[in-house]
Write a protein that binds this ligand. Structure first.
Ligand SMILES: Nc1ncnc2c1ncn2[C@@H]1O[C@H](COP(=O)(O)OP(=O)(O)O)[C@@H](O)[C@H]1O
Ligand code: SF4
Ligand SMILES: [Mg+2]
Length: 351
């Protein structure tokens, strides 16, 4: 949000931004047969190096669309507008698409999908698929390099074996010869995490990476991802519809509702001092882990004809005319705690 920019001092005393990723007023709409769906409405967020930021919200609120917009991988019926989408000092909205494809997507920013099975090609071994990633996205690859030289191939294989050990997959030599269907769901997701880390990215976008796994495996994968990201100083943008998962892995969370970001806070303040009515209602619905407003009258609005102001207004107990008329501007009622709400409540909830 506008006021959340953190500054650090360079050694020459020059102020530099500390953000790795900075999204300002990003909107995305999709042209559909039923009309134009305004799927993301003026989203702002920022992510410093090394932080795990959760994007939390119920299914359909726009998490994957935001992840794809950052990756530059939206489908052709999408229209993006925004003030800025800055990553590591570059504006991704204006960057040459060839540079994005070569140096950003799959290299500086990598992706862990929700369903590892459908993301693998069933016809090729795990080794072939890792090799293909490293052929184009290895940290050793020089720009415009066309031939996959034997020396680099050998170094990449050693790199892959070491990474498979880091994601705690035993016997990695044998694993490279297997086909995706020969692996369990947890093993496939470990391979996906390895493939996402192999290019030595600065940012990993993990889009509900544990949703398809059973609960025990989920916990192991979250612990692994958190450990590896912290160890390597990699930032993670982690989407989830599950508050329990957000608590397990995230340093900070942004809560989304129907394409709007309503509240961003460090994980402890988020749970102890939620300020926006939507967030408070979500937390009231715990211990249910899923983000869903069970028992709250009303439905998520149509994204083709959304309410003009706050999109939660039709269901919000505090909604008044300003809420219905205007999308609230970003404010920071407490340090490092940003909201877009006309009536945030500031009080500490007992632990
Ligand atoms: N290619 C597309 N064309 C039209 N609508 C889409 C497309 N992709 C996603 N949507 C719509 O955008 C909204 C947000 O979807 P998505 O970003 O996948 O949400 P989430 O990941 O939070 O479940 C949904 O209403 C979805 O139907
Ligand atoms: S802006 Fe108004 S309607 Fe929206 S969450 Fe805040 S109080 Fe509720
Ligand atoms: Mg999604």
């Amino acid at each position: 949000m506008g006021c959340a920019m953190r500054l650090i001092r360079g050694c020459a005393g020059v102020a530099m931004t500390a953000e790795l990723l900075s999204v300002r007023d990003l909107s995305v709409s999709f042209t559909t047969e039923g009309g134009v769906a305004r799927v993301l409405d003026s989203i702002s967020l920022s992510l410093p190096p090394g932080e795990i930021m959760g994007l939390v919200g119920e299914s359909g609120c726009g998490k994957t669309t935001l992840a794809r917009a950052i990756l530059g991988a939206l489908p052709p019926n999408a229209r993006v507008s925004g003030a800025a989408l800055r990553f590591d000092g570059r504006d991704l909205l204006t960057l040459d698409p060839r540079v994005t494809a070569d140096a950003v997507r799959g290299r500086a920013i990598t992706f862990v999908p929700q369903d590892p099975f459908s993301s693998f090609n069933p016809l090729f071994t795990v080794g072939d698929q890792i090799s293909e990633v490293l052929r184009w996205k290895s940290p050793d690859r020089q720009p415009n390099e066309r031939i996959y030289a034997r020396g680099r191939k050998r170094a990449d294989r050693a790199r892959a074996l070491a990474m498979l050990r880091s994601v705690q997959l035993p016997d990695p030599e044998r694993l490279l010869t297997k086909y995706p269907h020969e692996l369990s769901g947890g093993q496939r997701q470990r391979v996906m995490i390895a493939m996402a880390l192999l290019p030595e990215p600065k940012l990993v976008i993990a889009d509900e990476p544990t949703t398809a796994l059973d609960v025990t495996i989920q916990a192991q994968i979250l612990k692994l991802l958190r450990g590896l990201a912290n160890e390597r100083g990699v930032s993670v943008l982690f989407t989830t519809h599950d508050l329990g998962t957000a608590w397990e892995i995230c340093d900070r969370v942004t809560v989304m509702y129907a394409g709007q970001a309503l509240e961003t806070a460090p994980i402890a303040s988020f749970f102890r001092q939620p300020m926006v009515p939507y967030t408070r209602l979500l937390l009231d619905s715990l211990p249910s882990r899923d983000v869903a407003l069970r028992g709250i009258p009303g439905e998520v609005p149509s994204l083709i004809a959304p309410p003009p102001g706050c999109r939660f207004a039709p269901r919000c107990p505090l909604a008044d005319d300003p809420c219905r008329a205007t999308h609230p501007p970003p404010t920071e009622p407490a340090p490092d705690h940003q909201v877009r709400c006309h009536h945030p409540r500031i009080e500490t909830v007992a632990a």
